[in-house]
Design a protein around this ligand. Sequence first.
Ligand code: PLZ
Length: 444
Amino acid sequence: MNAVPQERRVVTAIPGPKSQELQARRLDTVAGGVGSTLPVFTKRAGGGIIEDVDGNRLIDFGSGIAVTSVGASAEAVVRRAAAQLQDFTHTCFMVTPYEGYVEVCEALAELTPGDHAKKSALFNSGAEAVENAVKIARSYTKRQAVVVFDHGYHGRTNLTMGMTAKNMPYKQGFGPFAPEVYRVPVAYGYRWPTGAENCGPEAAAQAIDNITKQIGAENVAAIVIEPVLGEGGFIEPAKGFLPAIVKFANDNGIVFVADEIQAGFCRTGQWFACEDEGIVPDLITTAKGIAGGLPLAAVTGRAEIMDSVHGGGLGGTYGGNPVACAGALGAIETMKELDLNGKAKRIEEVMKARLTAMQEKFPAIGDIRGRGAMIAIELVKDPVTKEPYAEAAAALAKYCHNEGVLVLTCGTYGNVLRFLPPLVIGEDLLNEGLDVIEAALAQI
Ligand code: PLZ
């Protein structure tokens, strides 16, 4: 078993010579459109550490974009997936089914909010789950329009690209986009003109007004939102916004879809981020954290909505692959056994306390936000004008990378530094990563 030493170690330049050699080969053969945050090539990873081919050990504040919440080599994930590999790699659930798929759907029914009858369908990627949630909502409502939000992110396929707000790099040159996708305002408290206090109800009223006046509620099949907006900048919709949108959806026969692909599975200190305001979505999309790094995604929801689709209408060759399902069962077992919701809450406590202290020294930190192990700082040139400071986010990330701490940026304005450590990270590593971030802030 791979037991990566849980310590930061920088022994070469970042990236080191072996990574640079691999990067040169990569540039010759991998399409230029596929980027990498940091071209150090991974040798092994686990707990809170990524070890590269040059022997550097980086503190992982990215989790492969919120995927390896249980670590990148969690014992139960590896054990169950390896055992499944020995038995069979694939039959295709649509040809001859297997138990693992059913067990994952049972776990999803148990863990997702609400005590109504639920059913699930499994897929390979987050984007595929979102696409299928829209298919299911359209089939159920016999309507076409899909409502999404400013700063939302839902994927890179044609439909989900159209549902995603940000043009560069996701959409530029890739149109035309699917029709019947409409974008409305979201409750972004930090940047709401009349202040965060008023933001929830005001933004909900604006969104609902746009829907009723510009689309017509009776034409809307689904409202799709991330309960904490991820790629758009870790925006927690201001209090009151989500419940108002859910009520509007319920009152108008619209399917409310929570895209929990990034925020779900213990990441925010709850099984699902929408639980924070007691929201029970009609459909939930999951991926990323669900399977400890193996590709799996799901749509879970009210049985009558899920079952409105004709037999054979949902599927895909690999959807719910048996190895990925085994990995998911291992990841869920780990989340329960190690109380990773509790761990995520503790990570929030440590991070927010340290970041709040840093904000007093460094006015570039305009906002600190997020929940659990989904925490970010928004960087601004001036705390009054709140002018986005993307250069600072890039410079901070570069400093951290050179010092052996892997951090990611995000946000519509590219000015958000986000922290997504594996939930199993040791508190010493967490604090050491924060020390490096503090040193980086002192440099800019
Ligand atoms: N919905 C909320 O966060 C994926 C994308 C990174 P896939 N986010 C990371 C990138 O640059 O491609 C995501 C998400 C939410 C949907 C998706 C899409 O999930 O598994 O990447 O298709």
